[in-house]
Design a protein around this ligand. Sequence first.
Ligand code: NAI
Ligand code: AKG
Length: 411
Amino acid sequence: MTTTSFPKEDIKVLLLEGLAPTAVETFRAAGYSNIEYHEKSLPPAELAAAVADAHIVGIRSRSHLTADIFQNSRRLMAVGCFCIGTNQVALDAAQARGIPVFNAPYSNTRSVAELVIAEAVMLMRRIPEKNMVCHRGGWAKSAAGSYEVRDKVLGIVGYGHIGTQVGVLAESMGMRVIYYDIETQLALGNARATASLDDLLARADIVTLHVPETPSTRMMIAEPQLAAMKQDAVLINASRGTVVDIDALAGHLRSKHLAGAAIDVFPVEPTGNSDPFESPLVGMDNVILTPHIGGSTGEAQQNIGLEVAAKLVRYSDNGSTLSAVNFPEVSLPEHMDSRRLLHIHENVPGMLSRINELFSAGEVNVDAQFLQTRGKVGYVVIDVSASEAQARQLKDGLAAIPGTLKTRLLY
Ligand SMILES: NC(=O)C1=CN([C@@H]2O[C@H](COP(=O)(O)OP(=O)(O)OC[C@H]3O[C@@H](n4cnc5c(N)ncnc54)[C@H](O)[C@@H]3O)[C@@H](O)[C@H]2O)C=CC1
Ligand SMILES: O=C(O)CCC(=O)C(=O)O
């Protein structure tokens, strides 16, 4: 009674970007054997073709799933972002095709926060420059420009899951934490909200960015904001590359207005480890450059693999969409004694009555019904006591309702 409407071995799972083995194991343990696994992201044309052939797709931050890809991927049922950010996915286009997108909103939070704290210490001690001098066979033993982080002001831009973790860790080391967020956020410990971004930039010795990529955060730290930072302050960006004007940052580092930076994310990132990396910051001794590894720890990747794969399996097996980022959220009980029909449709008036007419005309007993809408999409789940043939007939009937985006039958 828990198999999906077509055999699980026919459900093609495409996993890109070297997802942790826990992801593959979770699919296999749930009976999904048709798994195509890639260590890297794919070039755009290959990606489009591979996604068009898949029912379930798992990616990280490098694979850009565009509106065109969704338009041409008729089999696609669900997408899993095995990370926090979902800016690489055209979420509205996915929604319009009836495709839920899941992510792992917390699994790598701690990993990013730890890296940021480590970088704050390294930058305040001017370790990047000293490290380079040693590598070149020199010796730069000096306390000039080196400071403890204790009692320094840490300015956190974006006080969400990661920002708050960074703040808690920083306070435990004696830093004074201030933050700026567009939403009113509960201050943890002794952290204090600032009145504005400019206020934060004028007061912080260390500025760290933890905002998502959105229109409001694009180039949020550009020339005027960099100019507003304190002399000898340092900047850490482990959010998204589009948040900082990287050329302007290079200028402020070169002129020694800013003492250093640690940058993990870039406006354009290589698609794989064999591709070249280019940035105006390359070769600058006062900059720590890392290849988007804020969330790349064993712990984070294992947990993300389990979490997102489990969400995809649950949706495929049971229809639950809890924590989908673009889709009506429904947490469903198991349906051991019923057959379950899923109907994803355009969110227009009268849809539910058309669905119900179909069931009363068919004289089928409805055991349970769940409805949720979000944006332009509605999602109805109906459990029925019906034979397989009756259920298939109902599925065909549902598919014929104008405005239907997708239907599925779970046994
Ligand atoms: N470097 C890496 O490997 C990783 C990077 N990230 C990035 O970090 C970002 C933040 O992650 P979380 O803290 O989990 O997200 P979150 O959603 O919990 O927090 C983001 C915060 O930023 C605030 N915000 C949004 N727009 C803003 C604006 N214009 N000005 C000020 N605040 C604004 C939000 O209100 C929210 O409080 C993710 O969206 C992702 O892009 C996440 C994980 C790993
Ligand atoms: O590890 C990754 O591929 C992406 C991490 C990240 O940026 C995120 O979780 O948003």
